[in-house]
Structure formats: structure tokens, C-alpha cells
Ligand binder design. Structure first.
Ligand code: FAD
Length: 284
């Protein structure tokens, strides 16, 4: 299998901020391993309701200080204009020039949405406050966001984020490549020409994958569900199947025009390295 990386493609790896010292040490190792693959950037999530604000910031700065671009995720939920301005200024002062701007999810209905209701409002605010300093990424949903009224409205809402000044989008993960190609066609018909980078979720754990997918609206096709069910607790077989399946998905995406790949690493290097090697994406 080979997809040969070209210089215009964008590759990025997503981490979540570690909660413990042990987690921080482990992430440091993962970051060092994945740095060998020479990604364009690492992104760091923003916990539901802003719960990891400081840890996201610290993780972003430590990545940036190690010499690789880092992109913090920022969400509308529980954010105010004042605290967003403050954090943007702090990132700017540290030369962090990429942001993933999101609405975020409310943690079990506990708090209000904040001063921004939807991600397009956050993108607009970042542009008004900081001009073109930040390269802004937004989320895209080839399989439709789970709370969208309908597919057409969801697409219109996606376009609002692009019109507000997003430079690129990263998709929710999916296992059905056709949903991505259909979304790309829709973008073309609507004059959207920013890179839409597929989000890739490696498969290493069956119950966690099903739980996440139910929450975020990612479809697990029946044939995959049945195969994964059949492996039961046999983690090696799940990982082998997942590696094969996801490598094939990535290859198909890259061969058919995807402008790169964004990997949801779950703070683990090995599953990403395996897919990367299968695709022969290393520079030399
Ligand atoms: P929006 O684009 O605002 O859309 C949210 C919903 O509202 C959609 O159904 C949309 O159709 C609808 N909508 C949008 N605008 C309007 C409008 N004007 N009127 C009516 N309806 C509207 N979550 C986190 O908490 N932290 C993270 O770090 C994080 N990282 C992510 C990274 C990626 C790449 C992706 C794909 C998702 C991530 N998420 C994260 C999850 C994300 O926050 C949720 O999917 C959230 O529910 C929607 O965020 P959004 O930015 O897509 O929202």
C-alpha cells in the first residue's frame, strides 16, 4: 500500500490535555515519537465546557516550545468575549498562530452556552479581534452533525463558518469514504475551496468506539460493527482489523483528492505509526 505524501498535503495529530503527571509524561513520549513523522501541527482539545482551559494552554505551549506548531482548540461553551480575548492574546504572544474554533458541547446540561452560540460567531470574533494573525480551522460533518435540523441547514451552517473567515476544516471521523466525497462535491458546488481535511479515528477499542460514535453521530457501518463484535475481548484482532481498515480508508481518501489527514490520536503513538507506515507517508 502506498499513497506517497506530497508537499501540499496537511497532516496533523490531535491530543487531549493530560490530567495527571503520569499522563503528561506519557504524552511527552507520544509527542516525541509522532514528531518523527514531521506533522504540520499538533492540536490540543478543549475539554467540554472549558474544563481543561489551563491544561490545554500548558500543553500547547510545551509543544510549541519543543519546536512544532501547536493548534489549541477553543470552544464557545462557557467562554466570554473577555476570556477569549485574553487567551488569544496569550497565544499570540507565544507565536501560536493556529486555532481550531468550535462550539463545543455542554457537559451534561450544567451551564449556559456562554456569549457565543455557534462556532461561526467565534470565528467572526477572532477575525475582528486579531485580523489575519490566526489560521482558523473549523469542524465539518460529512455524516451531518447530530443536532442539526436537517442536512441542508447543517451545510448552510458550515458555510457560515467559512464565510466568517475559516481557513480550513477538519471533519468529524467517519468510516464511509463516500460521505466525505459527497461533502466535497457539495463544497465545490457552493464555491467553498478551503482544505477540508478528513479526521481519522484509529480503531483499537470496540466499546469506546461505539460509545464515542453514538455521541458524535459517526456511523459504524453494519459490516464493521459485526466484525468488531465477533472479536469480543481479542484486542490484537480488533487492532489488526482496525489498522487494515483505517489504512485502506486513508489510502482511498488521499488517492481521491483529500488534502491531508488529521489523526485523533487518543494520546497513543503506535496505532498512528502503523497506519502511517502502511501508507508509506514518511518523507524519505
Ligand atoms: P457549530 O458549527 O456551531 O454547529 C453546531 C450545531 O448547530 C450544528 O448542528 C449546526 O448545524 C447548528 N448551527 C450552527 N449554526 C447555527 C445557527 N446559526 N442556527 C441554528 N443552528 C446552527 N468539542 C469540545 O468540546 N472540545 C474540543 O476540543 C473539540 N474538538 C473537536 C475537533 C474536531 C475536529 C471536531 C470535528 C469536533 C470537535 N469537538 C470538540 C466537538 C464539537 O464541539 C461538537 O461536535 C459540537 O457539538 C459542535 O461544534 P461545531 O464547532 O461544529 O459547532
Amino acid at each position: 500500500m502506498s499513497s506517497s505524501k506530497n508537499t501540499t498535503q496537511l497532516f496533523s495529530f490531535e491530543f487531549f490535555p493530560p490530567k495527571t503527571n503520569e499522563g503528561a509524561l506519557s504524552l511527552e513520549n507520544v509527542r516525541q515519537q509522532l514528531s518523527q513523522l514531521n506533522p504540520d501541527f499538533f492540536s490540543v482539545t478543549f475539554g467540554a465546557g472549558g474544563s481543561t482551559r489551563d491544561k490545554t494552554y500548558d500543553t500547547v505551549l510545551s509543544i510549541q516550545q519543543a519546536g512544532i506548531a501547536a493548534a489549541p482548540h477553543l470552544s464557545c461553551v462557557a467562554s466570554t468575549k473577555e476570556n477569549i480575548t485574553e487567551i488569544l492574546n496569550a497565544y499570540k504572544a507565544n507565536n501560536v498562530a493556529k486555532i481550531v474554533a468550535l462550539r463545543g458541547d455542554l457537559p451534561s446540561g450544567t451551564m449556559s452556552a456562554g456569549e457565543f452560540r455557534y462556532a461561526n460567531e467565534l470565528v467572526e470574533f477572532i477575525r475582528t479581534e486579531t485580523g489575519d494573525f490566526f489560521q482558523i480551522h473549523v469542524a465539518a460533518y460529512p455524516e451531518i452533525h447530530p443536532q442539526a435540523k436537517n442536512a441542508a441547514d447543517d451545510f448552510k451552517n458550515f458555510k457560515h463558518k467559512v464565510d466568517a473567515g475559516a481557513n480550513a476544516a477538519i471533519t468529524q471521523y467517519f468510516y464511509n469514504a463516500d460521505s466525505y466525497f459527497y461533502f466535497m462535491d457539495e463544497c465545490e458546488k457552493n464555491g467553498i475551496d478551503i482544505p477540508i481535511v478528513p479526521g481519522i479515528m484509529p480503531i483499537t477499542n470496540y466499546s469506546q468506539l461505539f460509545r464515542f460514535s453514538d455521541m458524535c453521530g459517526a456511523d459504524i457501518p453494519r459490516w464493521m460493527r459485526k466484525r468488531l463484535e465477533q472479536f469480543g475481548d481479542d484486542v490484537d484482532s480488533i487492532c489488526a482489523f482496525g489498522e487494515d481498515m483505517v489504512s485502506n480508508l486513508c489510502q482511498r481518501l488521499l488517492e481521491n483528492g483529500a488534502p491531508g489527514l488529521h489523526f485523533y490520536t487518543m494520546n497513543r503513538a503506535a496505532p498512528i505509526e502503523a497506519i502511517w507506515n502502511n501508507l508509506q507517508l514518511s518523507d524519505n
